[in-house]
Design a protein around this ligand. Structure first.
Ligand SMILES: NC(=O)c1ccc[n+]([C@@H]2O[C@H](COP(=O)([O-])OP(=O)(O)OC[C@H]3O[C@@H](n4cnc5c(N)ncnc54)[C@H](OP(=O)(O)O)[C@@H]3O)[C@@H](O)[C@H]2O)c1
Length: 259
């Protein structure tokens, strides 16, 4: 199927590893001109090399911490006018309410929520003027079913979901769709860190924790980053024009509610 996005411009943040890297690769495979972002130049260069090798399309690199609105302005200057925004970043640390001080909450808000707001602010008006745009926000299964030791993630991703839904209502008439994608347990570096943290608390190995993540969902394994990336690429397509305001899980059936 021709997704109709060859030659469009995408910015994928948090793209030097894991889910962001997989999304950048999948978009580049469709002939999208991709800019990849993360905080670390060296990681981005390695990712860019990998994407060129796999797709023949060389992504642009925009280094910067997206928790800061000034950095976002610089990233957008490098990326140019964006048709497809994939707003993604690292996850905040795991823990309970009592583990975090005021500054931890502020940092997590900047990382998860304010980054997405500032990225949207930077791309929305040009999309509106063009009459076409795709806003895709990475959240988590935690917005559908909060995860006990991820209070920072549960809180700010829920806020991001509310933001996305509101934007989707307002901007649909300008050809702009806005959706969130909600990964369940997906085999990336981040998930290994979470497995390590759980392993320390429970006295088992991180490998056993990983196996446990897979066994709790009907599919019986953790997800592959490329499985989430396929959804992102579809949401970016011309065919997905009628999907907006949705929060779509890619979780092997982990989320058990009917709707
Ligand atoms: N994997 C899962 O099972 C899962 C499930 C649900 C939700 N999620 C969420 O999905 C997101 C991506 O997860 P992942 O598993 O792909 O994580 P990951 O492997 O840790 O990748 C995170 C990416 O974000 C970049 N990054 C981190 N902080 C950044 C910042 N402030 N500004 C710009 N880039 C930043 C990292 O690169 P640098 O370090 O070079 O900056 C890296 O490229 C996370 O928010 C995670 O919590 C993941």
């Amino acid at each position: 199927m021709d997704l109709g996005i060859k030659g469009k411009r995408a910015l994928v943040t948090g793209a030097s590893s894991g889910l962001g890297k997989a999304a950048a690769l999948a978009l580049a495979s469709e002939g999208v001109i991709v800019t990849i972002n993360s905080r670390t130049k060296e990681n981005l260069e390695k990712t860019a090399e990998y994407i060129v090798k796999e797709t023949g399309n060389k992504p642009n690199i925009a280094v910067g911490d997206i928790s800061s609105s000034d950095n976002i302005k610089e990233i957008i200057k490098t990326a140019g006018e964006i048709d497809i925004l994939v707003s993604n970043t690292g996850g905040p640390p795991p823990g309970d309410f009592s583990d975090f001080a005021e500054q931890d909450w502020a940092s997590a808000c900047d990382l998860i929520l304010n980054s997405a707001l500032n990225l949207t602010r930077a791309v929305l008006e040009p999309m509106k003027a063009k009459g076409w745009g795709r806003l895709i926000y990475m959240t988590s299964i935690a917005v559908l079913q909060p995860i006990d030791d991820l209070i920072l993630s549960n809180t700010y991703r829920a806020g991001l979901t509310g933001f996305c839904k509101t934007i989707s209502n307002k901007y649909a008439k300008f050809g702009i769709t806005a959706n969130t994608v909600c990964p369940g347990y997906t085999g990336t570096e981040r998930l290994w860190h979470l497995a390590e943290s759980r392993a320390e608390q429970s006295g088992v190995t991180k490998e056993e924790v990983m196996k446990g993540f897979g066994s709790v969902c009907p599919v019986g394994r953790v997800g592959k980053p490329e499985e989430l990336a396929s959804l992102i690429t579809y949401l970016a397509s011309i065919q997905a024009a009628y999907i907006t305001g949705a929060s779509i899980p890619v979780d092997g059936g982990l989320y058990k509610s009917l709707i």
